[in-house]
Design a protein around this ligand. Structure first.
Ligand SMILES: [Zn+2]
Length: 213
């Protein structure tokens, strides 16, 4: 079956797992993805997002976000400009980074559409619990990478695929809005493509740096 990979556009993939939908793994970049015709419509996705939005001041949510915020803040020098992509309804991460003196723009295609923000360049871009929702991760990640200045950081939070056995009982695939599942291999592939410096700073926290000039 020829279904182009939404990350690398390779057409060779094989079924990795199946429940009420199928999950294919790309032979090239090893992204696991739900084929386009088995994904929810944008309207149905929007309704689900409204149900499980987090509050800006929820301490548990802030603790969760700090696993990205802390290592990112350690790497930023001086007051920086950043973009929180997919900031959602309550931009808690942006608030945490602003509290440390950084300027943070927001874009969220559902809650805070701000396409102008994607035309500018930043010292850092964050995307927490976002990439697993993207229907066109190849195009979107390329765009985010283009928003970074040389020496800038792309901070990602997404849970990573381990193997087929773990995948079959994984809570992460039960969310019908999750359609792309990255592994360490996939991130290594992506980093090599863009010449990015890659660090796995936690199980689900990935930092990619655009090399300084
Ligand atoms: Zn691929």
């Amino acid at each position: 079956m020829k279904i182009p990979c939404p990350l690398c556009a390779a057409t060779e993939s094989s079924e990795f797992y199946r429940d009420y939908r199928s999950y294919r793994r790309c032979d090239n970049c090893q992204l696991v993805f739900v084929p386009p015709e088995e994904r929810l419509s944008r309207n149905d996705e929007g309704e689900i997002y409204l149900l499980h939005e987090n509050a800006v001041d929820d301490p548990g949510y802030r603790r969760f976000l700090s696993r990205l915020a802390t290592p990112l803040l350690e790497r930023l020098r001086g007051p920086c400009q950043g973009l929180d992509f997919g900031s959602g309804f309550a931009p808690a991460l942006a608030e945490m980074l602003r509290a440390e003196g950084h300027e943070v723009s927001l874009h969220d295609s559902f809650f805070q559409p701000n396409l102008e923000a994607l035309e500018r360049r930043y010292d850092f871009v964050t995307a927490t619990e976002v990439v697993e929702h993207l229907h066109e991760p190849g195009r979107e990640l390329e765009r985010l990478w283009g928003c970074l200045r040389e020496g800038g950081w792309l901070g990602i939070m997404t849970k990573l695929v381990r193997d087929q056995t773990a995948f079959s009982t994984w809570h992460y695939i039960r969310d019908p809005t999750h359609v792309c599942f990255f592994s360490r291999h996939t991130w290594r592939w992506w980093a090599a493509l863009y010449g990015a410096q890659l660090e796995f700073v936690d199980n689900d926290v990935i930092l990619l740096r655009k090399p300084p000039l």
